[in-house]
Write a protein that binds this ligand. Sequence first.
Ligand SMILES: C[S@@+](CC[C@H](N)C(=O)[O-])C[C@H]1O[C@@H](n2cnc3c(N)ncnc32)[C@H](O)[C@@H]1O
Length: 262
Amino acid sequence: MTAGNTPSAFSGEVAEFYDGHTSGADELPTYFRRCATFQVRPDLKGKALNVLELGCGNGRLSVFLATEYGFNMTAVDVSTQAIQAAQDNARRHGARISFVHGDILSGDPSLGRYDLIIGHFILHEVVGTDFNRLARFLADHLAPEGYCTFLENSYFNAIYRWIREALPRERRVSHPYEYPFDPERYAILADHFRFVRRDCPAVNVAERFYRQFWPSRARTPWLYRWAAAFDGLLTWALPAAARRWVSYFQVVSFSQRPLEQP
Ligand SMILES: C[S@@+](CC[C@H](N)C(=O)[O-])C[C@H]1O[C@@H](n2cnc3c(N)ncnc32)[C@H](O)[C@@H]1O
């Protein structure tokens, strides 16, 4: 392992934050399911690939990939509560997943090489020189024919970025070190991987605003459905190039081989 053997400068605080913020919702919601099926090429379904999930949280993505795709999943998280919730979730769904409790930057010798390295909302958690180490970690642990794919908060929706900066910290569910995945980190990935791409398979904006700004006491299933339907309409109406600037989420994929799809 060449990623260095010291944990990230912030991992202790990040672990503590997520010990108190691991979500109880353990099913993959429709939007995330749509993104996951975009991230994982359909021809890979049913192949016994070795797949690593970084920052697995309550394990819902790993459970989905183990049960629906038949992948051999290894899932890592730095938070004790997250690993506990993920193990419970895997047990409930009868999914066999190998869990590793630790910092992805600390150089765990039990991790090997993987055909696919995947994550939802983890790259943007790693900042500064730590991101360089993470990119090296990914390059070291990816099989030569494999690819990495991550669903991330996007830097490219300027309105959302502005609102995010304007919101008082107590209104945001985030720790001080995370930041939307930005051009600087795309450039670091390009130092380590020959092919890097950004996609926006589905617009997620109304749903995001609803969850972030609507008072929780006034939330109702029908309003949520309206927000999700509005996003569906935008996804249908906007060409791919426009979606990339409107959505709050993006899929970041990279590899040493040309990426067919995503
Ligand atoms: C925003 S949450 C996303 C959780 C999950 N992927 C999901 O979509 O529900 C980020 C997760 O990454 C984990 N994490 C953050 N930094 C990490 C690190 N350096 N090593 C391992 N896990 C980390 C956190 O503990 C947290 O569970």
